[in-house]
Design a binder for this molecule. Sequence first.
Ligand code: ADP
Ligand code: MG
Length: 386
Amino acid sequence: MSDTTQTILSGFRDRFAAEADGLWFGPGRVNLIGEHTDYNDGFVFPFAINRRAVVALAVRDDRMLRVASSFTDEVVEISLDELSPETVSGWSAYPLGVAWALGEHGADLSAVTGFDAYIDSDVPIGAGLSSSAAIECATAVALNEVWNLGFEKQVLVRVGQLAENRVVGAPTGILDQSASLLGQTDAAVFLDCRSFESEIIPLGFDDAGLELLVIDTKVSHAHATGGYADRRASCEKGAALMGVGSLRDLTVDDLPRATSVLDEETFRRVRHIITENQRVLDTVRVLREDGPSAIGGLLDASHTSMRDDFEISVAELDLAVETARAAGALGARMTGGGFGGSAIALTPHALIPAVQEAVAEAFAAAGYTAPDMFVVRAAAGAARLS
Ligand code: ADP
Ligand code: MG
């Protein structure tokens, strides 16, 4: 048993004066490419990472639910009979929201007993690595097992999304939960957000001697909520003016018509989505045909499109991306919703120290807060740990 496992089990013991029945984990994720395409019925290409939330959980004899976390002293309690989107809030909305959402998806919550759960996580909060989905997915696999629900992982994806949409109140798609549940070692999840079909695509980073460096700019998503809603609205407007149900129905062949139909800003928003969908498809094809060393240009093009057309980057992200590339990264882009958060840089193993040093120096010279930098590996999706 690892040290972390011991720490989490003793955290559970401290809070609940009892032994956990088991440990379940849910990983964070990075989105390799395909940004803001999810709510346009498009393609995304994320992978689960080797940073994760772990839930220690024990079923109870009564109907109480109690949740605790290493990041707070608070223990939140509620009866299963009172559980609803209106009765939970704050951080506990993630694990308790999942319990509620399982009921919405057909679990008979009148026939189960409650639980005590203690959460620990090394997924940084708000860095664009989905610490939220990590908790949801760890909780979902735990309850799926202890409540004997037998739901497929695809259903648990929707459970996590429903918890996030209805209980937390964030209008997110299925990207985060799909990566966290379906991820596999050294592989990414090619996901069609229209059909919900997914395919596991080997990345081959290990064999090619490549690493994915995350550069967390520590810039908080100050305009994230307003900016996100505004970009969604532009996409809907663009689709309506182009006469399609969603931007997924357009391809690069429609761009000439789009220039005459759309105003200049809406055109650029639409061009980002259309070309980003194509870049996801190209990334999958290039990985298969030429291997991971050949996808750098697509990552770079994605960043340029987000910076200039979709306008969701910030100066810190641009500096991280440009500096990483100049120091030897094969390709780099901001990842996540934008207006802050993290950049990723696909980097040969031997050049990781040089890239980190260059980025740290460039941030210091620009007077920016020192970024956090760490390598992530594509890891297995949510499951029982022990
Ligand atoms: P992210 O991009 O990291 O998913 P979100 O805002 O979607 O950012 O989710 C972050 C929220 O998830 C935190 O504000 C907190 O409520 C919850 N959370 C994340 N990690 C933990 C943890 N270890 N324990 C309890 N709650 C957590
Ligand atoms: Mg989140």
